[in-house]
Design a protein around this ligand. Structure first.
Ligand code: NAI
Length: 355
């Protein structure tokens, strides 16, 4: 592995990264702590079939930094981290997750972990046998997290409409909701309740039919969702959706949805800006579950979803206003805003130590 990665980590101020090799289970993993200057790092466990160690480490660093940015933009008393596991043959996953719990526990509360791709309630159950620093989804389980996420996305759409058209005027709006899973179906339901016209799409045709009938919305073939003329396109399926080939198909004014990492490359955000399409950054409006988990674990209370949504809406509005004032793409403005806040907190922490 190239030494330059370590140089880059030092240059960008990553707090700590550890490589995990566990002989008994066959686990290989990285745990990244990007920053804890404002509070403990929060970061889920992602399990993926990485090409090599380099790809796995870079994913860990990118994701842990993104978590710090999220927390900073939402002004949460928390920082960012991530755990990435190499999904390979021959790993005893039960034992591996238990070991991850032991590693997390050794941080003594400086790192809280939770769900991410391929790590759900069963895996977290193993982690929780070894540590209490694992996010508790609440009595109803992951559906409570989806509710918080959907509320943030709904408010993100509302903020986007106000910024673009000056008002939400739901009765005059058409929203395409791509992905009618846990989050997408709730977003669609909320929009219908406000009086918007919603067009849904899901790769899983049974799911599309079921949600479509339940909400009384029209659904289209998932392959054509991007081509449908609408005011808002809300991606709630998979990331990486927007790239050179897909941009020319878009018939929307605003993009606002929960899917992680919607922009295949950072430059795509600039291209959307040049096309006059308002992109409400995914990493801000999909942070409902993080807000909920952080407040529960650090302040000991369950924040109502409405309050979570309003907090996310306010953060998104601040970013869109700054983007308008600076004449720059919202995704870039959001990252700069987060980095400025983190730098100020780090400076304040250094002065306290010096003082
Ligand atoms: P889910 O798995 O319940 O739903 C995703 C839905 O998208 C499924 O019904 C699937 O069939 C559909 N789908 C997949 N590819 C598609 C395509 N090309 N076109 C149309 N539909 C497609 O997932 P969930 O929990 O609703 O999450 C949705 C997105 O939001 C994911 O990207 C997730 O990473 C992100 N997210 C979810 C959070 C949560 O609290 N559940 C928190 C933050 C982000």
């Amino acid at each position: 592995m190239s030494v330059h990665i370590l140089d880059a980590m030092a240059r960008e101020g990553f707090e700590q990264t550890i490589a995990i090799h566990h002989r008994a289970s066959g686990l290989r993993a990285f745990l990244g702590v990007h920053d804890t200057v404002r509070g403990p790092a929060f970061g889920g466990i992602r399990r993926r079939g990485y090409r090599d160690e380099r790809e796995m480490l870079l994913d860990c660093l990118r994701l842990s930094r993104a978590m710090t940015h999220k927390a900073a933009l939402l002004d949460l008393p928390a920082g960012g981290g991530k755990i990435v596991l190499w999904d390979r043959e021959g790993v005893d996953w039960k034992m591996a997750y238990r070991h991850i719990g032991e590693v997390v526990d050794s941080f003594g509360g400086r790192f809280y972990t939770g769900p991410d791709v391929n790590t759900g309630p069963n895996e977290l159950g193993e982690v929780a046998r070894a540590t209490r620093f694992v996010t508790d989804p609440g009595e109803q389980g992951p559906s409570e997290l989806a509710e918080a996420t959907a509320e943030g996305v709904f408010q993100g759409i509302a903020v986007g409409l106000r910024a673009f058209f000056g008002a939400t005027e739901w009765g005059q709006r058409t929203v395409v909701v791509q992905g009618l899973g846990a989050v997408g179906a709730l977003v669609a339901g909320h929009l219908v309740a406000e009086g918007a016209e919603v067009i849904g799409a899901d790769l899983d045709e049974d799911r599309a039919r079921e949600v479509g009938a339940r909400l009384g919305i029209r659904t289209v073939d998932a392959a054509t969702a991007l081509d449908v003329p609408c005011d808002v396109f809300s991606p709630n399926a998979l990331g990486g959706l927007f790239h050179d080939l897909s941009l020319s198909r878009l018939r929307c004014q605003i993009i606002a949805g929960a899917a992680n990492n919607q922009l295949a490359r950072a430059l795509v955000g600039d291209e959307l800006f040049d096309l006059g399409i308002l992109y409400v950054p995914d990493f801000v409006i999909n942070s409902g579950a993080l807000v909920r988990g952080t407040i529960f674990h650090l302040e000991g209370r369950r924040e109502p979803v409405e309050a979570i949504g309003l907090r996310i809406g306010a953060a998104a509005a601040e970013i869109l206003e700054a983007a308008e004032a600076e004449g720059d793409a919202p995704a870039r403005v959001a990252v700069r805003m987060a980095e400025r806040r983190i730098a100020a907190w780090r400076e304040a922490a250094r002065s306290t130590v010096r003082g």
